[in-house]
Ligand binder design. Structure first.
Ligand code: SAH
Length: 244
């Protein structure tokens, strides 16, 4: 079921059930009161990543805080998307964009990966999580993607669950069209790997291509920036073997 786009949607940590009352965070309270100018009895949608989406009513308002009461479930909790998106972290502005877009495109897990040419060794996980929540609020996703701690590429591959196919965006592929390789995939469990701005090293590319669970795909004749490559790859994956 697609989300209701007319109502404000908020992520809350609280359990949700009919009649449950809870306070919104100071930032959310400020937003509801001073930006949206919502008064008592106004309605919003809330979700916590576990209990589906709920209609909630503003049941009390003070200068600093808002109390909401959950009224009824509007959408049930969907299963968590099973697509793992592995990416080399970029510098902050592009990283925020990349996380937002990956969530919108249906990634279920965000896995930062340190490669030889990665610019940012340890991305701020809390900031990544905040971006994930904001994107979920904005695009109506109820199963909030997980953000994992950063790992090195060799560790990631050594620990790989081999029944999950890793789709590797290879800027050095010798064809342009990713569709034949993608549409031949039988695997239900999928992951995507996109490299850093500096690309993969020759060693990394050789290691990846030799692994039985890796499928290398091209993304057309142009070199895309890593954030663009992620959106393009997620779009073709979702359209061929994903949920579009
Ligand atoms: N600096 C590198 C490009 C890196 S682009 C170079 O000039 O060669 C960043 C990442 O986006 C790449 O590692 C790859 O995963 C992906 N990518 C970009 N363009 C691509 C393409 N045409 N085909 C497949 N992957 C691509």
């Amino acid at each position: 079921m697609r989300a209701n786009y007319r109502m404000q949607r908020l992520f809350v940590p609280d359990d949700l059930e009919a009649g449950r009352r809870f306070e919104t965070s100071p930032t959310q309270s400020h937003y509801l009161a001073n930006v949206l100018r919502l008064a008592e009895d106004a309605e919003v949608l809330v979700f916590n990543g576990r209990d589906g989406e709920w209609l909630a009513r503003i049941s009390a308002r003070t200068k600093k805080s808002m109390q909401l009461t959950a009224v009824e479930e509007t959408r049930p909790q969907p299963p968590h998307p099973d697509l793992i998106y592995c990416f080399a972290p970029l510098k902050q502005g592009r990283l925020d964009y990349l996380v937002q877009k990956a969530v919108e495109m249906g990634a279920g897990v965000l896995q930062p990966v340190a490669t030889q040419h990665t610019q940012v060794a340890k991305p701020g996980i809390e900031r990544l999580r905040a971006n994930v929540v904001e994107a979920a609020e904005q695009c109506g996703i109820l199963a909030v993607p997980d953000v994992r701690e950063s790992v090195r590429l060799d560790r990631l591959l050594a620990d790989w669950e081999t029944d999950r196919r890793l789709i590797f965006c290879d800027e050095d592929a010798d064809t342009n069209n990713p569709l034949p390789k993608l549409s031949a995939l039988q695997d239900r469990k999928l992951a995507l790997l996109v490299g850093p701005e500096g690309g993969f090293s020759e060693d990394e590319r050789r290691m990846l291509r030799a692994l039985p669970f890796v499928t290398a795909i091209p993304l057309g004749p142009r070199i895309l920036r890593a954030d663009t490559a992620a959106v393009a790859a997620l779009a073709v994956i979702q359209a061929t073997v994903g949920d579009w």
